[in-house]
Design a binder for this molecule. Structure first.
Ligand SMILES: [Zn+2]
Length: 447
């Protein structure tokens, strides 16, 4: 009974947000900005009352939170970076009932330093409705609105599977898309087999993985049941990779821009050139090295303010990605502003001697539960020669488990590979502040 009531409550949240989703992307600028600023005022009030970091800020600076009325006023709030958040994440977590019951998501991969970001259940439920904006594009291409099949190439416990489980528990939706998780650690042949069996309409995965996958199967000339749409997120595909897939396989490639800190930042429309920003859900501004906002079409660092999440509240948060906002209007008719593809979001893939490849998330899945490792970087110098840099909580605790770690890694990288491990106090960043947990100096003929 309680479960049913919970599901009905979940449904109510989804449906109350659902109605406007098809119209919002086409709202006039004025109407859209009113909606955005209304959400901003609400979350700022909430932060000032229930989030220690912001409560202290407003008190210390003597600023009345009611003075933050539009996104222009966000300049009065401090810029927050990952380091600040990592120092004490609980200071950004709301102590309201929603905050206390929020769900923790562990950031993965690219930074090499894990961090828990909490999302409150209401915002997660509302996200189902917000997803309609991208679903409209997908179903338009697929030609069917319900009952389509989605395959996701990822790992168990990734954000999507965690969110799917949450939705199963919290909502009653009679016709969900049929979904299949294909583990990213499977061989190329096994993935092809799964796709041919399940025949998905939509194939979802990491950009760098899908690019390597389609280039590899093109060279292998295997029979594959092609999806109608490819959707990548998490990391990016190169422009050349996107063009290659669209041209050789005739499958449109869409992208979504999301982060653990904000699940809805931007999405591709049918034109597939830039991201339309979810302006009313997440405010994005682009800043230079001094933290000042840059002009339209100028590249800089992406700074987000999540206007919907009442778990970990992040306003003026430096995401570390590099992009630019365009002031031109998209020919699709949506008024939501456009953001360029994210620079440096393409991750390195490890190539194995037998032509298989390993995505950084597979490496991450090995380290995920090894709490002794604070940060790692795996560098492939030659096909069989790897360097492993480790920052640990204390070397004495690690010596015993290093063998186990190397065994796990060899299972993925090949039994006869050489992995040279070294310990560091910290690992330097590259590429304008972005850290790569996996780097490869090897290139195959195909990828
Ligand atoms: Zn568009």
């Amino acid at each position: 009974m309680i479960e049913l009531l919970n599901k009905l409550y979940g449904n109510a949240i989804v449906f109350s947000n659902l109605r406007a989703q098809h119209r919002i992307p086409y709202f006039s600028e004025k109407k859209l900005h009113e909606l955005r600023d209304r959400r901003l005022r609400r979350i700022v009030q909430y932060a000032a009352k229930t989030v220690p970091y912001y409560r202290d800020f407003f008190q210390r600076e003597g600023i009345n939170s009611g003075q933050i009325k539009t996104v222009a006023d966000l300049d009065r709030l401090p810029l927050v970076d990952k380091q600040e958040l990592r120092k004490d994440p609980s200071r950004f977590l709301s102590n309201s009932a929603l905050g206390k019951n929020s769900i923790a998501f562990l950031t993965s991969g690219s930074t090499g330093l894990p961090l828990n970001i909490h999302h409150d259940s209401n915002s997660l439920l509302a996200n189902i409705a917000f997803g309609e904006r991208q679903r409209e594009v997908i179903t338009g291409i697929c030609g069917r609105k319900i009952g389509y099949r989605e395959a996701l190439i990822s790992y168990n416990g990734c954000v999507s599977t965690k969110v799917w489980d949450f939705y199963e528990k919290k909502t009653y939706i009679p016709v969900r898309p049929q979904r299949l998780l294909i583990p990213i650690s499977k061989t190329i042949e096994a993935v092809v087999q799964e796709l041919n069996r399940f025949r998905p309409n939509v194939l979802i995965g990491y950009g760098s993985y899908l690019e390597a996958f389609f280039k590899t199967i093109y060279s292998m000339e295997v029979n594959i049941q092609l999806p109608q749409v490819l959707l990548y997120g998490g990391d990016a595909m190169t422009n050349a990779g996107r063009d290659f897939i669209e041209e050789k396989f005739g499958v449109p490639v869409l992208s979504t821009y999301q982060a653990m800190e904000c699940f809805k930042i931007g999405f591709f429309c049918e034109n597939r050139e830039n991201f339309h920003l979810h302006e009313d859900l997440c405010h994005v501004k682009i800043v230079n090295a001094d933290g000042e906002e840059v002009a339209d079409d100028e590249k800089g660092e992406v700074v987000i303010s999540n206007l919907v999440n009442r778990g970990t509240v992040l306003l003026n948060y430096r995401l570390g990605d590099i992009a630019s906002i365009s002031n031109r209007k998209c020919s699709c008719g949506r008024t939501l502003s456009l953001l360029s593809e994210i620079e440096g979001r393409v991750e390195d893939i490890i190539i194995l001697p037998d032509g298989q490849f390993v995505h950084p998330r597979v490496v991450w899945s090995i380290f995920k539960h090894k709490n002794e490792v604070l940060q790692y970087q795996l560098i492939q110098h030659e096909l069989m020669l790897f360097e492993l840099k480790l920052v640990t909580s204390g070397q004495e605790t690690v010596n015993g488990f290093l063998n186990e770690l190397l065994t796990d890694l060899r299972e993925v990288l090949g039994e006869s590979s050489t992995i040279e491990a070294e310990f560091y106090n910290e690992l330097p960043r590259q590429n304008r502040g972005k850290f790569r947990s996996v780097m490869s100096y090897c290139k195959s003929n195909v990828i």
